[in-house]
Design a protein. Structure first.
Lengths: 404, 283
């Protein structure tokens, strides 16, 4: 069960920025194709063209799952479309063994006027399943997709979530050898996501899966290796998920800037994260203590009584995972202040986190200053989990079956 | 486990290995039958479900065209030399057969345009679109033929034993239409100009084919009519439909043979073009 099902060698694809030129190049490519010449010329770019995917290579065996990650427009979907044979590569070679099931982009390639049931049959017959096999699978697919009585209405009347559910159910039920999944989990609700996860994990055992997602917890949960694409190029690739995810966060960082809000009675001038040795640092080790140093100043000389400090920590999906609340007490009359907050232990999962700093003043808690994404830090851990917090624990084996 | 099918994608043109390409073409054609059938059934249902006049649309246009020509000749605005058939029968059969040809010609591009979303996301045998179009053309042709047969019977013209050959005449029209339709599809998908220019060209072509006019006896127009490969196809189909003995069977067979090879050639073009077109239409 360890044969290589997908082999990608130096695959590239160029796209064109201008529509007019793109159509014209299309016509030229058509001519070249007809005269039996290879596609994409000798790997040079024509004016206004760029590499959407450049020199990507990897191999995938049965039982493995590759996570494709990268920012929007990094070339993930283009790569999937080449793997599915929808478009031709400009250089390189792709070898796919076995039946390929694909779920590319939302809507999953359903014909909108056909009913859900007919679409299932069409997709299955395209994959080469016999009529009997299809009938046997039909109920399973319908049950899994939780479409119920809608199965006989045209797919165009389905909500986007229903379409994705149906698409995933079909792709998952067809027992293909290779499964290409493009952001399937972005739309479904939480309950369906859980079902999907379980299903994918089941499928991976007998299948090679390529999984595109923007959610690091998702990819680290199902994938055995990750490939990070950036502007078409493969930045890193490997089974050390933590390292690839870290690299991904570095890329994402450049796209995120802090924002300042609040009444302005207090200004925060700097927020710095310190490691266990009290040194400014952007990388923390899971389980070690850390500190946050905040410098700021009051807008006027009047003493603001009882300012409160509220720091929230969010993960890369912008979900708050932890918060710290402190009364700062009476600060001295000086306009400027520096506060150091010591935290006993970094319990975070491996990944990238952002700090949002709030300063509240007055009895009613007026927001004097809010800095979103004031600072960021990465947590390293040998183990990459999917929950944002990993609690320290010890175990003791109690033998026997008596009460604990 | 070793007999898993292996698919390889490279930038090489598949023309480089013609034997393999031909095998794949026919394999895909048979794999796409089921899909083609489902698409055709669904399209036909949708077409008639959303229209109030339903099935009438299959022949409203040719009927209107016939009436217009009967009016033009009856009022003496246009004079037409005498035909071996009663003129109403001549015009009606001509326009109906021409409409079948036009259906066949328009359908590949129409099908491909309608399926753009599916083409961009789903890897299915592209041949299914063409086949589905042919099914739909056949269905509509059946309705048209039934109406024509009834109408000409009322006018006192019967096909006789020639009726058995009518399917060949119609198939030949659809064959030629499909071949030309598939030929223009690749460029038509890239540039919408093609879709707009086709009706214009066809209008012209109709007047150099004996659809509403009989064959001119002499002059350059006669040569034009005689050389036009659509002439034997249309005339032969009409002869069988109206119980006459076809005169240009030789040319008819020649055109059909040529069209079969043309269809094979444009089918190859269509296959080769699809990945390139999909890349451009989703860009």
């Amino acid at each position: 069960m360890s044969e290589t099902l997908i082999r990608v060698e130096g695959v590239s694809k160029k796209f064109c920025r201008s529509l007019k030129k793109s159509l014209w190049y299309g016509l030229q490519d058509l001519g070249r194709e007809m005269t039996g010449q290879r596609h994409g010329g000798n790997g040079e770019l024509r004016p206004d063209e760029f590499w959407a995917v450049k020199d990507v290579s990897f191999e995938l065996k049965r039982g493995e799952c590759l996570g494709l990650i990268g920012r929007n427009g990094a070339g993930k979907t283009t790569l999937l479309r080449m793997l599915n044979g929808l478009i031709k590569p400009d250089t390189g070679r792709i070898e796919m063994r076995g039946r390929v099931g694909a779920l590319i982009a939302l809507g999953a390639g359903f014909n909108p006027i056909l009913s859900g049931r007919e679409n299932i049959k069409v997709n299955a017959s395209v994959l080469g399943l016999s009529k009997r096999e299809i009938d046997a699978k039909l109920k399973e697919v319908i049950d899994f997709a939780e479409i119920g009585e809608f199965i006989d209405s045209p797919v165009q009347s389905f909500s986007s979530g229903m379409q994705v559910r149906l698409g995933f159910a079909v792709a998952a039920a067809l027992e293909s050898d290779i499964l290409l999944l493009d952001e399937v989990l972005a739309v479904g609700d939480a309950a369906f996501r859980v079902k999907c996860f379980n299903r994918i994990q089941e499928i991976i055992k007998r299948c090679a899966v390529i999984f595109v997602s923007h959610s690091m917890p998702h990819v680290t949960r199902v994938c055995s290796q990750l490939l990070l694409l950036h502007r078409g190029k493969c930045l890193t690739h490997g089974s050390k998920l933590g390292q690839v995810v870290e690299r991904y966060h570095e890329i994402m960082d450049t796209a995120i800037t802090p924002s300042v809000e609040g009444s302005g009675k207090v200004q925060i001038t700097s927020v710095v994260v310190l490691n266990g040795q009290k040194k400014p640092c952007s990388t923390l080790v899971h389980g070690e203590p850390f500190s946050i140093v905040i410098q700021g100043q009051f807008a006027d000389d009047k003493l603001i009584r009882t300012p409160k400090l509220l720091i929230s920590i969010s993960d890369q999906e912008d979900t708050n995972v932890a918060q710290v609340y402190e009364l700062l007490g009476t600060l001295n009359a000086d306009k400027k202040f520096t506060v150091r907050l010591d935290l006993k232990i970094a319990l975070f999962n491996a990944g990238r986190y952002w700090l949002t700093v709030n300063i509240l003043v007055g009895d009613k808690g007026e927001l004097a200053c809010v800095i979103r994404r004031a600072a960021t830090f990465t947590v390293q851990h040998d183990y990459v989990g999917f929950a944002p917090i990993i609690l320290p624990s010890t175990t003791e084996v109690i033998s026997g079956d008596g009460p604990p | 486990m070793n007999e898993l099918p292996v698919t390889i994608y490279t930038p090489e043109s598949s023309l480089a290995s013609p034997a393999k390409m031909l095998r794949e073409m026919f394999a895909d054609l048979s794999a796409g039958r089921e899909l083609a059938w489902r698409l055709a059934v669904r399209d036909i249902q949708a077409q008639y479900r959303q229209a109030f006049l339903g099935i009438l649309w299959a022949f409203i246009l040719p009927v209107a065209n016939t009436l217009a020509w009967l009016f033009l000749t009856g009022a003496g605005i246009v004079t037409v030399s005498s035909t071996s058939l009663p003129y109403p029968v001549y015009v009606f059969t001509g326009t109906m057969l021409w409409a079948i040809f036009m259906d066949a010609l328009n359908s590949p591009l129409q099908q491909a345009n309608a399926a753009k979303g599916m083409l961009a996301k789903l890897n299915f045998p592209r041949e299914a679109l063409i086949v589905s179009g042919i099914y739909q053309t056949l269905f509509n042709a059946g309705i048209k033929l039934a109406l024509v047969l009834i109408a000409i019977a009322v006018l006192g013209v019967f096909p006789g034993w020639g009726a058995l050959l009518i399917p060949f005449g119609v198939m030949s029209l659809i064959l030629v239409g499909t071949a030309v339709g598939v030929l223009i599809t690749p460029i038509g998908l890239l540039y919408s100009d093609v879709g707009k220019a086709v009706p214009l060209l066809m209008q012209f072509l109709m007047y150099v084919t004996p659809v509403v006019f009989p064959m001119p006896k002499e002059g350059w127009a006669a040569t034009l009519f005689a050389v036009n490969p659509l002439t034997p196809v249309l005339v032969t189909a009409r002869d069988w439909l109206t119980g006459q003995t076809p005169e240009s069977l030789g040319y008819f067979l020649l055109v059909n043979l040529a069209t079969v090879s043309l269809l094979l050639a444009v089918w190859i073009v269509y296959r080769l073009a699809m990945p390139i077109l999909i890349e451009r239409m989703s860009a």
